[in-house]
Ligand binder design. Structure first.
Ligand code: 1GP
Length: 238
């Protein structure tokens, strides 16, 4: 069984941002989140990625929290011991179709050490036109709930995706859109990310998805706030 079928919550740490005040990766792990993913859209380098991933792996050693890399370009993937795997975005509504196969091809061309057994793809549907990821991928965010549901459906049924990810990075999404994607899936897991900042927002989005992803909050407000979102996501599932 894929590990994410058991998850309610992920913290996504961005190597281009610092942790909140004097918090550590141990504090991030101790929030009770189910997994850590390391990735960001802008300012990413292999060095920054390596440093953050190393810190997360060391912090999770005493806990049962897996660490994944979610790369945003071909040149930032590292292969440290202790990493659980790789979550590779494929952007289904990208205007720049390199985000369907091109950047992935480039990764395979330059990286001789890809661990395919631990490499998983995520079918992204990018919905916040203001977000860097929307600009970066030239995503068509002008989508109604039935458009998003249809993307989710083809991702699972035609492209065999196990993870569909409705991405509102930076803003809280429309529950009609997120719920439509959720309803369209049979067995695939729906990740939701964007603007989750407290118990209520996590609880609401957890009711319309399977896994709530929290990003900026860990950098901007810290681990006490993240812990509330873990509780909200957990309560939504139970
Ligand atoms: C970003 O979906 C994640 O990829 C989380 O978004 O930073 O808005 O929490 P936020």
């Amino acid at each position: 069984m894929n590990p994410w079928t058991e998850w309610d919550h992920i913290v996504k740490v961005d190597p281009d941002k610092t942790l909140y005040e004097d918090e550590t990766f141990e504090d991030v792990v101790a929030t009770g989140t189910d997994a850590i993913s390391v990735g960001g859209t802008l300012g990413m380098t292999e060095e920054k990625m390596a440093e953050y991933v190393r810190g997360c792996i060391e912090a999770t050693r005493a806990h049962d929290v897996p660490v994944f890399i979610e790369p945003s370009s071909a040149g930032v993937v590292v292969h440290p011991d202790g990493l659980e795997g790789y979550l590779i975005p494929i952007v289904f509504n990208a205007g720049d179709i390199a985000w369907m196969t091109g950047v992935h091809k480039e990764w395979a061309r330059i990286d001789d050490d890809i661990d395919w057994a631990h490499t998983h793809t995520e079918a992204y549907i990018v919905m916040n036109e203001e977000a860097s990821v929307a600009e970066y991928t030239q995503a068509d965010c002008d989508l109604a709930p039935d458009d998003v549901a249809a993307y989710a459906e083809i991702a699972e049924q035609m492209f065999g995706q196990d993870i569909v990810y409705v991405e509102y990075s930076g803003t809280l999404g429309d529950t009609d859109v997120v719920g439509a994607a959720h309803d369209a899936l049979d067995d695939a897991t729906l990740f939701y990310g964007g603007g989750v900042h407290d118990y209520d927002s996590a609880h609401t989005m957890g009711q319309h998805s399977d896994v709530v992803v929290v990003g900026d909050l860990v950098h901007d407000a810290g681990c006490a706030a993240v812990r509330e979102t873990v509780e909200g996501a957990n309560d939504a599932r139970n």
